[in-house]
Design a protein around this ligand. Sequence first.
Ligand SMILES: NC(=O)C1=CN([C@@H]2O[C@H](COP(=O)(O)OP(=O)(O)OC[C@H]3O[C@@H](n4cnc5c(N)ncnc54)[C@H](O)[C@@H]3O)[C@@H](O)[C@H]2O)C=CC1
Ligand code: BAL
Length: 505
Amino acid sequence: MEKTVQYYQQQATQLDFETRALIGGRFVNAVSAEEFDSINPATGRRLAGIARCGAVEVDDAVSSARQAFERGHWSGAPPKHRKKVLLRLADLVETNLETLALMESLDSGKPIRDALGADLPDMIESLRWHAEAADKLYDQMAPTAPDVVAMIVREPIGVVGAVLPWNFPLYLAGWKIGPALASGNSMVIKPAEQTSLTALMLGRLALEAGLPEGVLNIVPGYGETVGQAMGRHRDIDCISFTGSGEVGRLFLKYSAESNLKRVVLECGGKSPALVLADAADLPRVAQQVATGALFCQGENCSAGSRLIVHRSRKDELLELVKGAFDEWRVGDPLDPATRVGALIEPGHMQRVLAYIDGGKAQGAALVHGGAQVRRESGGSFVEPTIFDKVQPGMNIAREEIFGPVLSVLGFDTLAEGVAMANDTNYGLASSVYTSNLDAAHGVARAIRAGTVSVNCFSEGDTGVPFGGYKESGFGGREKSLMAHDQYTETKTIWMQLGAAGGINT
Ligand SMILES: NC(=O)C1=CN([C@@H]2O[C@H](COP(=O)(O)OP(=O)(O)OC[C@H]3O[C@@H](n4cnc5c(N)ncnc54)[C@H](O)[C@@H]3O)[C@@H](O)[C@H]2O)C=CC1
Ligand code: BAL
């Protein structure tokens, strides 16, 4: 039987939220006993009060993580044991998929269809993929003289701090937890203050799966307190952060001012969809462009927020994209028919609306949407919006809006189109649409971005790296085996044979 909005609303009343921090294998309230509210972005109503942690809890969590690392029950366990536990965790997430998806939708405003169909499956895949990698990543031997053995071994880096954003709370937790735990590290996770519920629920499942106490710690709280305390902590060896460039830069500063911990940043983008004159099947291109711009309400680091199209095809494509946008229904995130849910909070919605006002004021042509969607039940909703006649210097062409807003720019020569695509401080994702193989290869090489999709909008699967050029990223890649590089140290073991008496003595 197909599940309805009424079904999900009913299920939502039965949820049992975990609201306490997970430290050293136990769920605890904040020492201060303070809480902060988790709000449903679709209604503005409070879902739960979450333990408001601070530097004290960060210290406790880091010390638990360090002790667990040194005890070695996880860090020193055979990789096949870590694999088994992480696979069990993935199975438990799958068993609880609907509950977690419902929590994610309520807490973040994202459509239940996305949580069920994208966030949770991707998170599970990440756990399984990296679990499977645990006992297949071999160390290396270097070629040397016969009386030397030179081993190059990977070792877990130690205590990893993960600071998460609110747009893909569990999905991105999976990108970080999968490789970091598979490699043998202990972790301290800080969910975004807007979306702590699913990370805390994951903590319950991790204990049930048999993760030793202290290996996974989850400390909810605000960025300026918990996030900063983690960034400055002298006993955290690596911080993996996803969020704004502004806060990403702070983590580099925290590291420089504390213990030079490794910092890996994923900081958003202004990704182009470049449509060449010979692009085939424009109705399909329009669907892809709409998905790129509107998936997750546009609150997506890799959102295709700029459409750069050859002038000979612009009018035709724009009409098709408008039609495709009409199919993206805005509404109650718990309604399976909804494709555009609520923006994370009223302040963020005002920021998106201010960009729309700015686009109009700077002379771009608003050709679709552009207004707040007011619903009786409240919440922060914005219409899927398209601006035509956007000039490269306009704010809506340059800045990450993080909402359902597409900016359309026209070009005449391929060189001009590629230059426009690269005319950004970001370099995370991009798409090129063409039926010419040479052009596809040429443009894919010329675009300065971590991912170039040809004739589609995609981030690829778990097996390929994800990360950004320029201000979109720093320090490494997520997903694929490359993710393990973030969370491991490389050690050279150089052994001189014969020094202690070899077979010739
Ligand atoms: N790359 C991405 O996927 C994301 C990009 N963003 C961008 O950032 C803009 C602002 O969104 P925010 O939620 O405010 O992102 P943010 O960068 O402020 O928050 C991300 C994480 O950093 C933490 N944080 C905040 N201030 C901190 C500080 N001073 N020290 C340490 N940690 C701190 C937060 O608590 C959260 O866990 C968005 O409009 C969007 O443009 C936001 C979220 C995700
Ligand atoms: N697009 C998934 C990763 C992110 O938004 O950070």
